[in-house]
Design a protein around this ligand. Structure first.
Ligand SMILES: [Zn+2]
Length: 276
């Protein structure tokens, strides 16, 4: 694990990446104030972002002024205290980003759909199962439209010797929402929008034979040594945490999101990528 750099508590990787972003922003404006200036500006930006109320002046997705605050991941991912037998409050210090009306409304339409898929992942912890049995079940019962949307096309499958259910996923919609989530995390982490395209990959999505995809397994195996040693962020790690690593010598950033200690999503932010 990387030690925090100096007494401000930010890691060398965080500052180095922030400095890189600032140098890129300056380059676009035809400026170059120098490495040291970039470094100090990056520390300042991280510190500013940490101070409540002094955040960025735009929406996390566009240049519009923010009109609301959006939780990332959405608040509905975090079980309410009353719904869990352990009585723990998992809604402590959630991550938020400023958002304009358009992007907030657009996203909240998909929140419960994505939650219903993510929380259903077989490798999740007990908290996910309890969350499913309470809040998500209530939502499914309340709206036949929603239940239809989540459950239509689901099939019984045998996986790892056990019989379970495979949900039919609207893959483009699911991946797009996960990609927005990664962009929001990037924004709340660095205080600036990701300057590069973002691709997301997850072992939650299986192939047409309902089996794990070999290419995704290989990708996760490849990045684990880098990303699993990086610092974890998130005060409710039983529900959600993320790790972030900048690949030295490249402009690539990896963000790994982990839900309910089981469902993993890898976001790759890099120049030259195609967004789905
Ligand atoms: Zn916006």
């Amino acid at each position: 694990m990387e030690k925090p750099d100096g007494n401000h508590g930010f890691t060398h990787a965080e500052i180095s990446y922030g400095a890189f972003c600032i140098s890129q922003e300056e380059a676009r404006q035809g400026k170059h104030s120098g490495r040291d200036a970039h470094w100090f500006a990056a520390i300042e930006r991280l510190a500013r972002k940490r101070t409540k109320g002094a955040g960025p002046k735009t929406c996390y997705m566009c240049d519009s002024p923010p009109t609301s605050v959006e939780h990332v991941p959405p608040k509905c991912f975090f079980p309410e205290k009353k719904d869990l037998p352990d009585g723990v409050d998992y809604r402590q210090n959630l991550f938020t980003v400023p958002s304009c009306d358009v992007h907030n409304t657009e996203k909240s339409k998909h929140d419960t759909y994505v939650l219903a898929l993510v929380a259903a992942y077989f490798a999740n912890n007990q908290q996910a199962k309890d969350h499913y049995g309470t809040k998500i079940l209530r939502a499914l019962k309340k709206s036949t439209g929603f239940a239809h949307c989540v459950l239509t096309g689901s099939e019984k499958v045998t996986f790892g010797g056990e019989e379970t259910k495979a949900l039919k996923v609207d893959t483009p919609r699911f991946l797009q929402e996960l990609q927005h989530m990664a962009k929001a995390l990037y924004f709340q982490h660095f205080g600036t929008r990701c300057p590069h395209p973002v691709q997301v990959h997850t072992p939650m999505l299986h192939d047409e034979n309902k089996q794990p995809r070999e290419d995704i397994k290989a990708l996760f195996k490849m990045v684990r040594p880098v990303i699993d040693d990086a610092q974890a962020y998130g005060d409710n790690s039983a529900i959600f945490h993320y790790r972030l690593a900048a690949l030295p010598g490249t402009a690539m950033t990896l963000i790994k999101m982990t839900f309910y200690q089981g469902a993993e999503v890898l976001a790759i932010c890099s120049p030259g990528l195609m967004e789905e």
